[in-house]
Design a binder for this molecule. Sequence first.
Ligand code: TXA
Ligand code: MG
Length: 318
Amino acid sequence: MPIAKATDDTIARAAALLRAGKLVAFPTETVYGLGADATNGQAVAQVFAAKGRPGFNPLIVHVLDLGGAGRHAVLTTLARRLIDAFWPGPLTLVLDKLPNCELSDLVTGGLDTLAVRAPDHPVARALLKEVGRPLAAPSANRSGHVSPTQAAHVAADLGDKVAMILDGGPTAYGLESTIIDARGDLPILLRPGAIAVETIAAVLGDEVVRAHVEDDARPSAPGQLASHYAPQAHVRLDVHHVRPGEALLAFGEPLPAAGGPVINLSPAGDLTEAAANLFAALRALDAAGATAIAVMPIPQDGLGEAINDRLRRAAAPR
Ligand code: TXA
Ligand code: MG
């Protein structure tokens, strides 16, 4: 079992493994990432192999700060404002890639744009400092599975494919970063995530254009396929009456009657708490042997947009 509690010593070992071209899973404030040296094409190729990703979907590159991003991408005025307000933190920016930057072309899947973010987690930041290189890191799950919010989730999906899993405990947000295309004057939402769109709009004093589409045909963030965040069980949304044989994924109170296992994402009806619990709950219901999951309605405001996005993907036909 390659899980190692994150300490100065294990972080130093993890950094050495990364510099040697190996894969290391590490905690961020959103979900666990499957890290590789983003300047090493062979290491990045192993990420795709380990995840079993269809095609070479572009990966998010993790850096420490604005300076780190500026070495690889064109920082627009909009990007600088967003970085000022939200970095380090769960906001990923899609920017024009600098043509002669040191990143492997595989990281961007051949695109001339780059997705980049500065994570706000002490272990991720210590690791980035120690490695001294940008880290490509998709969520550390097998392709199509829900993202890991605990080290044990990573071990279950990728335990035999990584040199080390740095354990930093459960992640704070439990949802992936919000992705914004910041190449132009107006922010364009590519993926709802851990920072609510309303929060971004309020800080900018400007609208956020919602460009993300729900269908398979034209994924706006490449890799955002309709059926993506999928548990094993069949998922039914907006449920008021639980059917026999269904497990219940609840939100708030009171709960409808249910015969099977019940997990409440947030009895108090708190969307931040629900986001943090979502992926672990889906995994737990899978582990409990649920073949069908009924999900109570979840409001669409704030983080509800990202939660409902992930749940719709979990419920999509596959
Ligand atoms: O919170 C997160 O963002 C986590 C942690 C580990 O940082 N990472 C994560 O990575 O969710 P991943 O690979 O599972 O999702 C990255 C998303 C994909 O939907 C991908 O298509 C999109 O980012 N993406 C990457 N590069 C892009 C680009 N140049 N243009 C548009 N979308 C891009
Ligand atoms: Mg992912």
